[in-house]
Design a protein around this ligand. Structure first.
Ligand code: SAM
Length: 153
């Protein structure tokens, strides 16, 4: 389900709290049609943005949009994001489903760089306290959550 303009606005409110190191990258875990990755790439033109998507159809739509309206700092990868190298990442964004959020919390959050922050739209991590959350007016009428990496380097 692609994000709505309202949800992008809600995420933008959380982005005001995010501090990125100059070389840090931004990733969208499960970039779908690419709309949110494009929004992030426009918001942070000096940072590389990578969208990971494992399903062919949304991936091809996102590539097609890149062909029509290219953004130089944006890349899409047809890849399972659990196998991605996230060692240089500064901001992780995801909009998954309950079990997906749980798995990201368990498997990826502890491996992120100490300076990384993570935004989960609609689905909170059940065992981590967000540093901020904003209500959203999307399909789920829930919230968007901002987390710090829990890794202690
Ligand atoms: C709800 S859509 C979110 C789209 C986009 N991030 C947004 O905010 O508009 C979730 C996407 O995650 C993808 N996805 C789920 N698990 C994945 C995985 N392990 N690796 C890559 N993509 C995955 C799904 O195929 C789906 O397109």
């Amino acid at each position: 389900m692609p994000t709505t303009p309202n949800e992008k606005g809600d995420v933008a409110r959380l982005l005001k709290e995010v501090t990125l190191l100059p070389t840090a990258s931004i990733v969208d875990l499960g970039s779908g049609w690419g709309g949110m990755a494009r929004f992030l790439a426009k918001t942070y033109p000096d940072h590389p943005v990578i969208g990971y998507e494992e399903s062919w159809f949304p991936y091809l739509i996102s590539k097609w949009m890149q062909w029509i309206r290219p953004l130089s700092n944006l890349t899409f990868k047809k890849e399972n994001f659990y196998r991605a190298d996230l060692s240089k990442v500064g901001l992780v964004y995801c909009y998954l489903f309950r079990a997906g959020a749980l798995r990201v919390e368990k498997e990826l959050l502890p491996k992120l760089p100490a300076t990384a922050q993570l935004i989960s739209l609609a689905f909170a991590f059940p065992n981590t306290i967000p540093i901020r959350q904003v209500p959203t007016m999307g399909l789920w009428n829930g919230a968007a959550y901002l987390y710090n990496s829990t890794r202690a380097d």
